[in-house]
Ligand binder design. Structure first.
Ligand SMILES: Cc1cc2nc3c(=O)[nH]c(=O)nc-3n(C[C@H](O)[C@H](O)[C@H](O)COP(=O)(O)O)c2cc1C
Length: 334
């Protein structure tokens, strides 16, 4: 398909992860339930320099679950292929990494950032930040098990007082990690308050591997400010890209797309969802994305409800096309 943007790939790259030179410093954050294969593809087409799978459990008994299989899908044309794993047993994590690499992963990302109860109760995700020795063991075991770069995503620490990230970051680097993403919140903060990137700036001074800032970066102005404040090697964007994946391109220096191009992106995203999940499941999965797109476009709740409650993919897509046409955009984009 045509590129969405009038300038493309012209932004100099300054971020490499291991041997992979990323095409931009703007990375899409993993978000379980949102950054599935269709969303990763649309984010890539909009200019993200890197996308990664939603976290996949390292437990061998879950390898063949429908969820794990769907999460580790390799999207053709996206390079490098990165898969995020979560778990707390170094041996299981190493074995999981090997299986993903055998399946095509070119980067293995370790999740030390998720505060979700389901993950933390099993002592994984950000709960591990209370045990720096285990963090180091996991990174070392995974690094030793695969011939690809191993990256880490973490929070600032278990709580606001214990900002252990600088201390842990050094150990993670010594264990062989290729880069670190820091979400500027503690585990205890969950998603409350606003992200504090001071810890990221500190880590940036302490380690030589790329440090990527994450948390509450939703506009080009935010991106510029966080880059200034942290001197980070790159930025990872999560919620700011939901309903606005073009923001990833804008932050990477591309021109902001006009309304017609945005509609094309919405329709393209819908088509990717229907193709990936089939129309029956696709019509349901697309609702959360449509809610975000249409809210961002400024439609009122009644209009949005009409579109997202459509019962078939065909009706849903038609409703979106009608809405677009009513707002005065030429029909060529359908
Ligand atoms: C719905 C949702 C799901 C998430 N799932 C993951 C995940 O699977 N792995 C992970 O490392 N972080 C996960 N996160 C955290 C994000 O990657 C990111 O660190 C966080 O949202 C802060 O960035 P943002 O303010 O740009 O959204 C998730 C966040 C949200 C909102």
């Amino acid at each position: 398909m045509d590129p969405f943007f009038s300038t493309s790939d012209s932004v100099p790259t300054t971020l490499s992860i291991g041997p992979y030179e990323l095409r931009s410093r703007i990375l899409l954050a993993p978000m379980a339930g949102l950054t599935d294969a269709p969303f990763r593809q649309i984010a890539w087409e909009c200019g993200a320099g890197y996308v990664v799978s939603e976290m996949v459990s390292a437990k061998p008994q879950l390898w063949n679950s429908a969820k794990s299989r769907s999460r580790r899908v390799v999207v053709e044309g996206i390079d490098p292929v990165a898969v995020q794993i979560a778990g707390s047993d170094p041996v299981q994590m190493a074995q999981a990494a090997q299986r993903h690499v055998a399946d095509g992963a070119q980067i293995i990302d370790i999740n030390f950032g998720c505060p979700a109860k389901k993950v933390c109760r099993k002592l994984a995700g950000s709960a591990l930040l209370s045990d720096p020795g285990l963090v180091e063991d996991i990174v070392s075991a995974v690094v030793a098990s695969v011939p690809v770069p191993v990256t880490v995503k973490m929070r600032t620490g278990p709580d606001r007082i214990n900002s252990v990230a600088p201390h842990i970051a050094r150990r993670i680097e010594a264990a062989g990690a290729a880069s670190i993403v820091i979400h500027g919140r503690s585990r205890a903060c969950r998603f409350n308050g606003s992200a504090d990137h001071r810890c990221t700036a500190q880590v940036r001074q302490l380690v030589n591997i790329p440090v990527i800032a994450n948390g509450d970066i939703v506009s080009v102005a935010d991106a510029e400010q966080v880059l200034r404040e942290t001197d980070a090697s790159g930025l990872m964007i999560g919620r700011g890209a939901i309903g606005a994946p073009w923001m990833l391109g804008e932050m990477a220096g591309r021109l902001a797309p006009g309304r017609d191009v945005r509609w094309r992106i919405v329709l393209r995203h819908l088509d990717l969802i229907y193709a990936f999940y089939g129309s029956e499941q696709g019509v349901r999965i697309s609702r959360k994305h449509l809610l975000a797109y249409l809210t961002g476009f400024g439609f009122d709740r009644a209009v949005i409800r009409h579109v997202i409650t459509a019962v078939s993919a065909e009706q849903q897509r038609d409703a979106v096309v009608r809405l677009r046409n009513q707002t005065g955009v030429a029909a060529q984009a359908a």
